[in-house]
Design a binder for this molecule. Structure first.
Ligand SMILES: Cc1cc2nc3c(=O)[nH]c(=O)nc-3n(C[C@H](O)[C@H](O)[C@H](O)COP(=O)(O)OP(=O)(O)OC[C@H]3O[C@@H](n4cnc5c(N)ncnc54)[C@H](O)[C@@H]3O)c2cc1C
Length: 144
């Protein structure tokens, strides 16, 4: 890791961490993202994302349809004895594997100059106006 100074340290590179990191980096902040797992990684998830977030993803520079996302506009519930109910989803959403979505957001974070460290955070301390973030692999980052 070459950079020593960071304005923000984001702990955890799931959807919240990755989108925050990209957003902050787009605002010209030096961001360090610490994620304990290696990308790409699997995540248990229903993998339905509401279309409500599309304008925000577009602002971040992420188009899920470039990476295989499929539009979903109907909901169907079936029972074990083959009965079903179907409803339209007025707003709709898209289906996309979290393996792919998190990985593509990670790539976008790198493109936006986010520094990504694969490590597990074990402790965060706030003392004398400073944050200290401790990882499993010894190194300590300070936010002053
Ligand atoms: C079974 C299930 C189905 C779901 N289905 C849907 C769905 O269909 N649609 C939907 O919108 N939402 C769904 N969700 C919710 C969705 O998964 C979460 O809202 C979303 O993942 C939350 O994002 P996050 O970034 O907060 O957390 P996560 O995506 O869980 O990310 C947290 C990240 O932090 C990392 N981390 C944790 N501890 C540390 C540490 N100490 N140091 C470094 N890194 C660390 C983890 O490895 C992980 O990558 C579902 C959730 C579950 C459990």
């Amino acid at each position: 890791m070459k950079k020593k100074h960071f304005d923000v340290i984001v702990i955890g590179g799931g959807l919240a961490g990755l989108t925050s990191a990209i957003h902050l980096a787009k605002s010209k902040l030096e961001v360090l993202l610490i994620e304990k797992n290696e990308y790409p990684k699997h995540k248990v998830c229903g993998e339905y994302v509401s279309n409500e977030v599309l304008p925000y993803l577009e602002f971040l520079g992420f188009n899920p349809f470039e990476f295989g996302a499929k539009q979903i506009s109907n909901f169907e519930l079936t029972t074990h004895n083959n009965k079903s109910i179907v409803a339209n989803l007025p707003l709709g959403g898209f289906g996309m594997s979290r393996y792919e979505m998190d990985f593509q957001l990670y790539q976008l974070a790198i493109k936006n100059c986010v520094s990504v460290l694969q490590d597990s955070v074990v402790d965060v301390n706030f003392e004398a106006d400073n944050f200290q973030v401790k990882q499993k692999r010894i190194k300590v980052f300070k936010l002053e």
